[in-house]
Design a protein around this ligand. Structure first.
Ligand SMILES: [Zn+2]
Length: 279
């Protein structure tokens, strides 16, 4: 198989998997009573990827895999790769090492039961492996995870000091490859042009130019989306301002913009990405 230049990734979760501690309506105890949108929105995303001939890495929340094993099977059948996006979608830095390990194991068990062959890739909810939780990389490596995609090189959830491209980090349990999401410098800030509001508000042309600049420097770009970003009728919930922006800003027309990006650059799952020096 020809290695892909860039990686396309998906955090497969429900619309209510928002890290908002203190927001009672979104407490895990209430999740089973909230309307589920994940089947519909993931199928929209699978169709979009299929039309663009793109295979991707899906980081799946274990709680979702337990309730929708058929969805995990559909993702696999379409040729996509499966990783873990935790079990209960909690921020890693709000856990301790023991509860993080328990949550990781629960998610891996749910993914294997839903048909995933092995689980060696992980992405933390809300990019929550940062300076407050670097111990998590030791736990991941110790549990057999070889690729982590949880550290964002932006200020709000990570640090602008983090490397912007795949690199190997050493942990007490051995090496782990860290695969960060694409960012760009704009208006004297680092902007998440490869995911979230940054990807949704940018024109396909600007996103493609940023990807091209990375590729010309011999580096891969990593993009990521959530199924709920494609929901034609997203359920609304009142959130704190920052989360409101991250969750709802520029959803209109996003499927079309995303489609254009997918068709005009070369993407594959993380496992097929062209290795870069040091990995
Ligand atoms: Zn998430």
């Amino acid at each position: 198989m020809t290695p892909s230049r860039n990686a396309f990734t998906v955090d497969l979760e429900e619309w209510f998997h928002i890290c908002a501690s203190g927001l009672d309506a979104l407490d895990p105890d209430h999740w089973d009573r909230l309307p589920s949108r994940v089947d519909l929105t993931t199928k929209l995303l699978l169709d979009l990827l299929d039309a663009a001939h793109v295979r991707a890495t899906f980081f799946v929340v274990g709680w979702v895999a337990e309730r929708h094993p058929g969805l995990v099977a559909a993702v696999r059948a379409a040729g996509h790769e499966i990783g873990s996006h935790s079990h209960l979608h909690r921020r890693v830095y709000e856990l301790d090492a023991a509860s993080f390990r328990t949550d990781l194991r629960a998610s891996v068990r749910a993914l294997i039961e839903a048909g995933a062959p092995t689980v060696t890739m992980y992405r933390a909810p809300e990019w929550s492996i940062n300076d407050r939780s670097l111990w998590a990389l030791d736990v991941l490596t110790d549990e057999g995870v070889r690729i982590d995609a949880s550290m964002a090189p932006v200020k709000l959830v990570g640090s602008v000091r983090y490397p912007r491209y795949p690199h190997v980090r050493s942990t007490r349990a051995g090496p782990i490859t860290e695969v960060p999401p694409l960012v760009a410098d704009r208006f004297r800030h680092v902007m998440p042009i490869g995911w979230g509001w940054g990807l949704r508000m940018s024109s396909p042309r600007r996103v493609l130019r940023t990807i091209d600049a990375a590729n010309r420097a011999g580096l891969p770009a990593v993009l990521t989306v959530h199924p709920w970003e494609l929901d034609p009728h997203p359920p609304r919930v009142r959130l704190p301002a920052r989360l409101q922006f991250a969750h709802y800003f520029c959803l209109g027309g996003f499927a079309n913009r995303l489609s254009e990006v997918l068709r005009q650059a070369s993407f594959g799952p993380i496992g097929d990405m062209t290795p870069v020096s040091g990995t």
